[in-house]
Design a protein around this ligand. Sequence first.
Ligand code: ADP
Length: 357
Amino acid sequence: QYAESTHGFVGADLESLARESAMNALRRIRPELDLESEEIDADVLDSLEVSERDFKEALKGIQPSAMREVFVEVPDVTWNDVGGLGDTKEQLRETIQWPLDYPEVFEQMDMQAAKGVLMYGPPGTGKTLLAKAVANEAQSNFISIKGPELLNKYVGESEKGVREVFEKARSNAPTVIFFDEIDSIAGERGQRQGDSGVGERVVSQLLTELDGLEELEDVVVIATTNRPDLIDSALLRPGRLDRHVHVPVPDEDARKAIFDVHTRNKPLAESVDLEWLAAETEGYVGADIEAVCREASMAASREFINSVDPEEMDDTIGNVRIGKQHFEHALEEVNPSVTPDTREQYEELEEEFQQAE
Ligand code: ADP
């Protein structure tokens, strides 16, 4: 029973909880004792029994660490680390970076700064990367919350979690709040994960926070989803997550640019041609391309380590190259996440969403 009521508590929280419960019990049986300074007799301690009430009282005063720790970071991702997605970058730069960098222009032009952006597209296409890059380029802090995490980590307290995130964001402004996989908490009724009314409460808290954000308060929300069609429409209304940015599956040019990002610091053999790689990788998203580059590097390393005398490693390492054959091997190992079928599904629901906008 105690375990159930202590979701999100780490060991140290449980220790405090146990100590506080015992103190409550002591106060109850010996109200006259000054617990701060007096020695407690052994026989008192022996007769001490912690009741459920002592425990419940203690529980009220202790917040689980998981709740207290809303991490604020300053990402180090730049626009240069994001391959392709030129239009998307431009859109984000104008909606998020400009109001933060040039508030006077927005004021003069009587333009409303965006409070919220919904980025939608299949997993692994670079949504997180883009959000971090825009935060970094706008010299903003970054708070990242995964939808499912908000439900699991803050069980029974998810709305409070949302409130704390916004509080933390305001006190660290300028801040980009990143809600990843928002559909898991803000899907339409009945579509949410293990819904028991929690989703409902979280959505209404999110709405309250978004509506409460003063314009140009330097807090912007970026939410992501691969199911834009499932998002509670109240969240998408003007003044809320009203800017919608599509992050598509990369085309051939974009794939080449992504290969370029992920091979930039690698020793490539002349046989490796990025255009060839881009042509061979239909259906691969950014995350897959990163995996291909990692696999190819691993294949080349494996070959080198297994073939060289460890004594001579230092002398020869400078000559090691990742060759075309290593990439061919990697392409066999890593499958594209988007098949023609899933691509069609994505395109259909994205089109529906765009029409409904
Ligand atoms: P999403 O948030 O859309 O699921 P991520 O941004 O988390 O995708 O991408 C996962 C990883 O894949 C990134 O850390 C990055 O290494 C790689 N990646 C994805 N898209 C791109 C891109 N457009 N350019 C460079 N790397 C990318």
